[in-house]
Design a protein. Structure first.
Length: 63
């Protein structure tokens, strides 16, 4: 799947959630989609969780 296709599918899911569940359902769906995206990036190895935690804690790395 291309990033464009994935983006279109995510947009369709969010639009459907907004139509069916209203604003709060839309926000909940958005948060869950973002959590799923982060977990997917971690599993694929494209996101270094330790680096993110270090950056949030204020520690900088040289890499």
């Amino acid at each position: 799947m291309t990033p464009t296709t994935i983006g279109m599918a995510a947009g369709a899911v969010l639009a459907l959630a907004a139509l069916i569940f209203g604003f709060w359902g839309f926000l909940l769906t958005l948060v869950l989609v973002l959590c799923g995206a982060v977990v997917g990036r971690i599993v694929e190895g494209k996101l270094d969780l330790r680096g993110v935690i270090d950056a949030l804690a204020g520690r900088r790395s040289s890499s």
